[in-house]
Design a protein around this ligand. Structure first.
Ligand SMILES: Cc1ncc(COP(=O)(O)O)c(C=O)c1O
Length: 505
C-alpha cells in the first residue's frame, strides 16, 4: 500500500537532495549494491575522474531514499514540487532522457493506433512507434526556404492531416525545434482536441520555457496532455535527467505511469534524480533572474553576430508565421554563406579559440546560451566570430544563410514515398546494406535524412523510388550531411528490407 503523497508547496525545498545528503552523512556501512560501496579506494579511477563524493552519492533504493518505480517518500515529494513548478497535475522523473518519456507516452496513448507526427521527429519517436506498434501519419513541417531550417508544423497542416486520415488518436508535436523555433502550440492543441486526439509534446529543448515569459509558452500552459521536458539540456540537470508532465483526462494517466515503469530501469541513479530536484529548485526560486540574463546575453550575441557583416543570426523577423510562430532567443543560429562552411568554422572555433558549439552544418551553426552563461563566455564566442569574419572576404550580394541559392530543393521534402509495409515490420525485418542504385524498388529499413532540414527522404517501410534516389544524390552533391547512409568505395549504401530473408527486391 502506497501512503498518500504529502502535497508540499515549498519550492525552496529539494526533498530528494536533502534525503540524499542526510543519508551520505549518516556514515552507514553498506551491505547493499552498488558494488563499489561508495569507496574511493575501490573505484580509484572513477574517483579521480569525478571526485570521491560521486561514489558516496551513487546509492540504491535503501529505506530512506524512496523508489522511483513506486515513489512514496522523498522522490514523490520532489515530483509533486516539480509538477507545481511546471504547471502540471503530475510529474514523473525520468533517468533515460526524453527518450524514455516518449516511449512511455506512445506506449500509454497509442499502442496499435495511428499517431500524427512531424516528418522530422527525433529518432526516439520512431523507437516509440516501433515499440507501441503504432502507425505514423506524417505531417510536413514548415521549412525556411533560404536556409533549409525546419520549423514546426502549421495548424493548417495538422488540421488537414487529421481530416484526411480518420482514426488518429494521438498527435505528437515538437516544441521547440533544436533551433528554438516554436509553432502556435495553443492552436495546435486546440485543433488536436477538437478532432478527439490527445497531444504529446516533445519539449526536449524547452524545459526552461515556463520559467520566464520571454520564451515561447510551455507545453503545459498551452494545454498539452503530456509534455516531456529535457531537463538535462537547458535546465541544469545532469545528462539523461528529464521529466514527464501530465494533466487533464484526455489520456489514461494510470496507463502512462505503468508504461513509464515498464521502460525505466529499476536501478535509477540517485545523482540523476537529485539533479532534477536541485535544478527544479533553482529554476523555481531564481529562474526568472537567471533566465533574464540568458535572454539578454542571447540578444547581445545575436546583435554581435549580425554586426560582423559576414555571419547572420535570424531573430524575431524569422517569426510570426505558421510553423515559425515564435523563437527561443537563447538559441543563436549563426548562418554562414559560401565560401564559408559552418563545419569548417566549427573546427576553427574549437582548435583556435577553444570554443565548442552545439551543432554545425554547411550553412549554419547553433550556439546555445543558458542560465549558466556569463558575459565573458558569450563575449569569447562573439570575439571569435568577429575575428573569423574579419579574416574573410565579405560578400554582401545575397542574404546570408542562403544555401547557394538552393532554396527550391527543400520543397521536395514535403513528398512522402509510397508505404509498402508498416514502420514496425520494416524496422524489425531482416535487412541488408545495398548500393543506392541497386536499392531502387526496395523497401527502406531505416530513416534516411538530410541535414538540413533533418526531414527524412525515407522512413522505414517506404519504397525507395527514383525520386528518393535523385533527392539523396542531389543533397549529397550539395554537401548535406546524412543520417542513415553508409559510405562505400563504389556507391553510398542504404539499409533495405530483405523480404522473406531473400533478395531485397
Ligand atoms: C527533439 C528531440 N527530442 C528527443 C530527444 C531525445 O532526448 P534524450 O537524448 O534526452 O533522450 C532529443 C535529443 O537530442 C531531441 O533533440
Amino acid at each position: 500500500m502506497i501512503p498518500p503523497v504529502r502535497s508540499v508547496r515549498d519550492q525552496d525545498r529539494a526533498p530528494l537532495v536533502e534525503a540524499l545528503v542526510r543519508h551520505m552523512r549518516s556514515g552507514y556501512a553498506r551491505f547493499h549494491v552498488p558494488g563499489h560501496k561508495g569507496s574511493a579506494d575501490a573505484a580509484r579511477e572513477l574517483s579521480e575522474l569525478a571526485g570521491g563524493r560521486v561514489l558516496l552519492a551513487d546509492l540504491t533504493e535503501v529505506a530512506d531514499l524512496d523508489d522511483l518505480q513506486w515513489p512514496c517518500g522523498a522522490i514523490a515529494e520532489a515530483e509533486v514540487l516539480a509538477a507545481e513548478a511546471f504547471g502540471a497535475e503530475e510529474t514523473l522523473f525520468l533517468v533515460n532522457g526524453v527518450t524514455a518519456g516518449i516511449h512511455a507516452s506512445l506506449l500509454g496513448c497509442a499502442a496499435g493506433g495511428k499517431v500524427a507526427v512531424p516528418r522530422n521527429v527525433h529518432r526516439s519517436v520512431l523507437g516509440g512507434l516501433v515499440l507501441a506498434g503504432a502507425d505514423p501519419v506524417y505531417m510536413t513541417p514548415e521549412i525556411d526556404s533560404a536556409t533549409g531550417i525546419a520549423g514546426s508544423v502549421s495548424p493548417g497542416e495538422l488540421g488537414k492531416t487529421l481530416d484526411g486520415e480518420p482514426g488518429i488518436s494521438t498527435v505528437l508535436l515538437v516544441h521547440p525545434t533544436y533551433h528554438g523555433i516554436a509553432g502556435d502550440l495553443r492552436r495546435l492543441v486546440e485543433v488536436s482536441h477538437a478532432h478527439g486526439a490527445a497531444v504529446i509534446v516533445d519539449e526536449a529543448h524547452g524545459s526552461h520555457f515556463g520559467f520566464h515569459d520571454g520564451f515561447p509558452p510551455s507545453a503545459m500552459s498551452c494545454g498539452a496532455d503530456i509534455s516531456i521536458a529535457g531537463c538535462h539540456k537547458t535546465f541544469g540537470a545532469l545528462t539523461q535527467a528529464a521529466i514527464l508532465n501530465l494533466q487533464g483526462s484526455f489520456v489514461d494517466r494510470e496507463k502512462v505511469r505503468a508504461c513509464a515503469r515498464a521502460v525505466q530501469t529499476t536501478s535509477p541513479s540517485y545523482l540523476l534524480m537529485a539533479s532534477l530536484d536541485s535544478a527544479r529548485r533553482l529554476m523555481a526560486t531564481r529562474g526568472r533572474s537567471l533566465l533574464e540574463n540568458a535572454l539578454r546575453l542571447g540578444a547581445w550575441l545575436r546583435q554581435r553576430v549580425n554586426e560582423t557583416g559576414v555571419f547572420r543570426s535570424p531573430g524575431p523577423e524569422w517569426t510570426g508565421k505558421p510553423g515559425f510562430f515564435e523563437l527561443d532567443p537563447t538559441k543563436v543560429t549563426v548562418l554562414c554563406r559560401p565560401p564559408m562552411d559552418g563545419r569548417a568554422i566549427e573546427r576553427q572555433l574549437r582548435s583556435d579559440f577553444g570554443l565548442v558549439v552545439e551543432l554545425a552544418h554547411r550553412g549554419h551553426m547553433l550556439a546555445v546560451v543558458t542560465y549558466a552563461d556569463e558575459g565573458d563566455t558569450v563575449g569569447k564566442l562573439a570575439g571569435a566570430l568577429r575575428a573569423i569574419a574579419a579574416a574573410a572576404t565579405p560578400v554582401r550580394s545575397r542574404a546570408s544563410g542562403d544555401v547557394e541559392g538552393r532554396g527550391g530543393v527543400y520543397g521536395a521534402f514535403g513528398r512522402i514515398p509510397r508505404k509498402e509495409m508498416s514502420l514496425r515490420e520494416a524496422f524489425l525485418s531482416v535487412s541488408r546494406w545495398v548500393g543506392l542504385s541497386e536499392a531502387r524498388g526496395c523497401v527502406s529499413a531505416d530513416v534516411v535524412a538530410a541535414y538540413p532540414p533533418g526531414i527524412p527522404v525515407l522512413c522505414p517501410g517506404e519504397l525507395i523510388d527514383d525520386e528518393a534516389v535523385e533527392l539523396i544524390r542531389e543533397c549529397r552533391s550539395a554537401g548535406n550531411h546524412f543520417h542513415g547512409l553508409r559510405e562505400d568505395r563504389e556507391d553510398v549504401l542504404v539499409r533495405v528490407v530483405l523480404r522473406d530473408g531473400r533478395d531485397p527486391k
